[in-house]
Each structure stands twice: as structure tokens, then as C-alpha cells.
Design a protein around this ligand. Sequence first.
Ligand code: NAD
Ligand code: UDP
Length: 310
Amino acid sequence: MKILVTGGAGFLGSHLIDRLMAQDNEVLCLDNYYTGRKQNILQWMGNPRFELIRHDITEPIRLEVDQIYHLACPASPVHYQFNPIKTVKTNVLGTMNMLGLAKRVQARFFLASTSEVYGDPTVHPQTEDYWGNVNCTGIRSCYDEGKRVAETLTYDYHREHGVDVRVVRIFNTYGPRMLPNDGRVVSNFIVQALEGRALTVYGDGSQTRSFCYVSDLVEGFLRLMASDHTEPVNIGNPGEYTILELAQTIQNMINPDAELTFKPLPKDDPKQRQPEITRARTWLGWEPTIGLKAGLEKTIADFRDRLTET
Ligand code: NAD
Ligand code: UDP
């Protein structure tokens, strides 16, 4: 199959491409390198089944493909808030362009949506039929509302034009290849502990997140794409931790003497987040297989290698 992966040079996109290439597909990786890196896909350069396209999805593009995995969008609050208007354009214009492409060539379209569509949730754990609690004027809304419109567009193209769609709502995912300056909590804590700096806990650290290891997530992507289910599906690891617990776990794994320092909680930071994964379990036969400690070990090893290289 000929498969387009937008955002393919990024963290999740590059792991997805590894699986798609291993399955003998032809893969087109499209990226503007905002947060992606060529190193992530270096192993496929020169392979005749692999093609790299430097392109910004806010501009239309014509390609012939059978499937589209649409991942292009910065995922870390630090990066998506750096140029929030661009984040909205990427989610709205970019998703519209990719849906237009899917419509023209009748490709199956897979949207990488997010648990952020639930905002600061009043339902716990979050089920797919929960409509969410999002501040539409806040600093996170360029991403949260951007993704909500991306979902709306996806279902309007499905209803109006018969585009065959799949929508995954991804919960916090971590693993090798996250950027050291990514700004998300797992990479921040690991890099800080490895560099002998204090771990920056925002607020009192009582807010919760659920962390999924990247290989589990990508397995969920492939199963959803291969399924007949057009409704949104949560993919995430239901193991829920406070940010303070995460900091202490990483502290104990890398350097028990590392200090913790408390910084102000960013505005609109969701207080709790845990995926309800009955759909993934029953529709896709999917559930996570890698626990937090095991996943952190692999991630720490990767950061150690990269930080000593540079
Ligand atoms: P990432 O920042 O590593 O990857 C995003 C990729 O998209 C990068 O390679 C970037 O250069 C590219 N990109 C950004 N804007 C673009 C544009 N306008 N045109 C072309 N390319 C563009 O992030 P990630 O963690 O790999 O996330 C991938 C997708 O998954 C995103 O859509 C994100 O919203 C979603 N997601 C991720 C998580 C997570 O925990 N990693 C959670 C929820 C949702
Ligand atoms: N966080 C933190 N220290 C950091 C980075 C993040 O305490 O150095 C907190 C952040 O306030 C949030 C949680 O960790 O409560 C997850 O943040 P991240 O940016 O990884 O993802 P998101 O908020 O989008 O889930």
C-alpha cells in the first residue's frame, strides 16, 4: 500500500513509519521540520519504498496514496503556544487540505486527535462520548479547539463526501526520540535528572496524567486503521499518576539525590486525565502492554545515548 504520514519526521510519526516500512508498504513522509528531525527517519533514506517530502500542510498538495495518517501538528504546549495562530492554521487549514486530498484520491483518512478535546474534564475517566470542558479563549485553545475543529472537519467530510475516516484520541505518550527541548513532562524530568538539574514540578504536582509507551500507541494506530470503526477511539494507558509521583519515580531511577523544584502551574492545565479504553479493548482487541517503569527505562536509555553523543 502507498501510505502518506504527515508529521512523519516527528516523535510519533517516525515510530509509525518504522512499523509501516517493516510491513513492506510504500511510505511518503511529509513534514515541515517544525518539531520533526531528519535523524528520526534517517534509517529509511535511500530505501526505494520511502520518500521524504518537505511541505507545510497549510498549503495544498497533490499526491496519489491509498491511506493518510494525519499527524502533522506540534504536540507539546511549549511548541504549540510558540505561534498559536500557526497552530490553528495547521489544525484547520492543514486538516482541510489533507481531507481534500483523501477525498480526491479516495484514501482512508486517519486523524491523530487528542485527549485535549476533553479539556479540563469533569468526567473521569474520559469516555469517547464525553463532550469535554474546553476554554475557547485560553492559551491552550489554539491546540484544543484546533483539534476539535479537525475532528469536526473529519466527520463533515465523512458525512458530506463519504471519506472513509478513523479518529484516534491520543493520551500522553512518551518514548525514545522525544526532543530534549520538547517541553513535555516526561522528557523534561528525564533530561533534568540526567543533567543534574532540579526537576521542575508545576503547581503542587497533584494534577494527574496517564502515560502510554510509544510502541503500544502505534500498535493501536495500526489496529484502528485496519478496523471498520469510524467513531473516535481513545488510545492511552489507564495507569494514572500524579505529576509528583512521576517526578519521584524518575528521580529514583536516575538520581535519588536530584532536587525537585516547584514552579507556577500553567494556565488551564487540566487537573486529571485518564483514558477509558473499553472501545479500544472491545473493538480493536488492544490494550497497553508496557508499564510505566519499563517504558521509562527504555526512554531514559535513549536520552542517555543522545545526550552523551552531543
Ligand atoms: P511532534 O511535535 O514530535 O511531531 C509533529 C510533527 O508534525 C513534527 O515532525 C512537525 O515538524 C510536523 N509539523 C508540524 N506542523 C506542520 C505543518 N504545518 N506542516 C507539516 N508538518 C508539520 O509531536 P508528536 O508527539 O509526534 O505528535 C504527533 C501527533 O499526535 C500530533 O498531531 C499531536 O497533536 C498528536 N498527539 C500526540 C500526543 C503525545 O503525547 N505525543 C498526545 C495527543 C496527541
Ligand atoms: N509539567 C511539569 N513540569 C514540566 C512539564 C510539565 O510539572 O517540566 C506538568 C504540566 O503542568 C502538566 C503535566 O506535567 O500538568 C503534563 O504536561 P505536558 O506538557 O507533558 O502535557 P499536557 O499538559 O499537554 O498533558
